[in-house]
Design a protein around this ligand. Structure first.
Ligand code: NOJ
Length: 543
């Protein structure tokens, strides 16, 4: 072990069950050295902001050595920090400060694929067909008379075939970009290597891992065709993600990997956890990733796709709670992340979208389980829809025309002009430009301003932490309401907290649930209670 900070902030090994985790997209959070790219020292400087916001943990997207073809999800060295993000010493200093402030650190592990710049892949290309070096990846002969067709019909999630041919005629599999070759997880060296990588970061004090493409590591034996492709039907295979069966996802054997990882996590003190980015055909199959001998959580992504309607939210919540009951694990909730359009924009953009996003935050934060926030949602940031094409960096953009860059624009911290204090004084640009309209959304512009979105999040997180009914584990009780209104309560002993969300299109009178604790819009007094405005939410408490 190096000079590290392996001591977690509290001894509670179950901290993750009801935590609020803040996702830091490292390139876009805070830039300490002024090169326009966020970095670990930048995060370190802003830790007090996150402590004051009231979150329990940070999830950092990959900061390892990488050519950055897919924003760091193409890792060339799993045991070092990319120079654009700092050094290993910077990482250790950041973990030390985070722990001292009571914040935990979750890092992103990318085991499905490496970067094509990883020494293993470089060696595989050099060594040629049939070599032990190639055996760590999925190389295969092509079809057709001269092997000129890919080995099967699998498609990349980023569009186009999932196979690329190399100079000697063989093909290799990449479920994502060609610069992200898939590893062969049936190879013992691959398994051993990642177990060591887990230990490497655990030794440096990390409190958990977010497992990238956790459902993807094992491919069906014989690499069978899916049976349809965009080329023949216009229907993309990726549309089956989370809805159907694909030979390259959610294979039973993948669970062996997690059963080997869990004892490693459990051998460290303080509750080291792992959350799966997994997609499976049914809630039952997703639940198989979670449990005392596998991973601690799997993201429940349905919120990310739910539309602004009471019916769709109710369905998402009921499904996620039922999923969690299957395995006795807490739910996870996610409104936004670095892969999806920000929810302000999903809910209609502009003032309507923001108003709804604020209500959705109160809905999510009142639910039991663990909530994942995506950086900038506490500021009410919208998706940036008008980034010039030439500045877009998402590799999917070139292949499909779809791009995730709009939710990855650097955070506005202060000031009137882009990049709004993202870098040190005098730093005039950021790797993606922030819109000229974001001055009022900056942290400095919102901090201490009653009714700002930042203060709404701070209030809600403070109450969530302190209120016995919200701290308690367990389910929710849905209350009878008129159509378009969601209301549920949670209780602990004599205390009760009720969350009411009004999606009905007209203001509604609310009474009988106690005093308002926090509201996403100002409440007017009504006879015997309050009037909850359109597209808003409030918490009421009884003690
Ligand atoms: C899921 C990550 O969230 C996404 O950003 C990335 O492109 C893919 N996995 C590939 O690693």
């Amino acid at each position: 072990m190096t000079a590290s900070h392996p001591t977690p902030p509290t001894a509670d090994p179950d901290w993750w069950r009801s935590a609020v985790v803040y996702q830091v997209y490292v390139r876009s959070f805070a830039d300490a050295n002024g090169d326009g790219v966020g970095d670990l020292p930048g995060i370190r400087q802003r830790l007090p902001y996150l402590r004051d916001l009231g979150v329990d943990a940070l999830w950092l997207t990959p900061f390892y050595t990488s050519p950055m073809v897919d924003g760091g999800y193409d890792v060339a060295d799993y045991r070092d920090v990319d120079p654009s993000f700092g050094t290993l010493a910077d990482f250790e200093a950041m973990v030390g400060d985070a722990h001292a402030l009571g914040l935990r650190i979750i890092v992103d592990l990318v085991p499905n694929h490496t970067s094509s710049a990883h020494p293993w892949f470089v060696a595989a290309l050099a060594a040629g067909p049939g070599s032990p070096e190639r055996a760590r990846y999925l190389f295969a002969e092509g079809r057709g008379e001269h092997g000129e067709e890919p080995p099967n019909d699998w498609e990349s999630i980023f569009g186009g075939p999932a196979w690329t041919r190399v100079a000697d005629g063989q093909w290799y599999l990449h479920l994502f970009d060609p610069a992200q070759p898939d590893l062969d997880w049936r190879h013992p060296e691959v398994r051993a290597e990642f177990e060591e990588i887990l230990r490497f970061w655990l030794d440096r004090g990390v409190d958990g891992f977010r497992i990238d493409v956790a459902h993807g590591m094992i491919k069906a034996a014989g690499l069978p065709d899916v049976g349809f492709s965009t080329m023949t039907t216009g229907r993309r295979q990726v549309e089956l993600l989370g809805k159907g069966r694909l030979p390259y996802f959610d294979q039973d054997e993948v669970h062996e990997i997690y059963r080997a990882w869990r004892p490693i996590l459990d051998s460290y003190p303080g509750g080291r956890m792992a959350v799966a980015e997994a997609w499976a055909e049914t809630p039952q199959r997703l639940a198989r990733y979670i449990g005392p001998d596998e991973l601690h959580q799997a993201f429940s992504f349905d919120f990310l796709d739910a539309t602004w309607s009471a019916e769709s939210f109710r369905k998402v919540i009921d499904t996620a709670l039922a999923e969690a009951t299957i395995v006795g694990a807490p739910t996870t909730w996610v409104l936004s992340n670095h892969d999806k359009q920000r929810h302000v924009t999903r809910y209609g953009d502009g003032p309507d979208g923001l108003r709804r996003a604020r209500a959705a935050a109160l809905l999510m934060l009142a639910l039991p389980g663990c909530a994942y926030l995506y950086q900038g949602e506490e500021l009410g940031l919208p998706e940036v829809l008008d980034l010039p094409d030439e500045l877009r960096q998402d590799p999917a953009f070139r292949r499909t025309g779809e791009s995730r860059d709009g939710c990855r624009v650097p955070i506005p911290w202060s000031g009137d002009l882009p990049p709004y204090g993202f870098g040190p004084a005098g730093c005039e640009s950021s790797w993606l430009p922030a819109p000229a309209t974001w001055a009022a959304l900056s942290v400095a512009a919102q901090l201490g301003v009653p009714d700002s979105t930042l203060e709404l999040y701070r209030d809600a997180l403070r109450i969530r932490r302190a209120h016995p009914a919200l701290a308690a584990e367990g389910g929710i009780t849905w209350l009878d309401t008129e159509p378009g209104v969601l209301a549920f309560s949670r209780s602990a002993g004599d205390t009760e907290l009720t969350c009411v969300v009004n999606i009905s299109g007209a203001p509604i009178p609310v009474s009988g649930y106690g005093e308002p604790a926090v509201a996403s819009e100002p409440l007017a007094a009504a006879s015997g209670g309050h009037l909850l405005p359109v597209d808003s939410a409030a918490w009421f408490e009884r003690r």
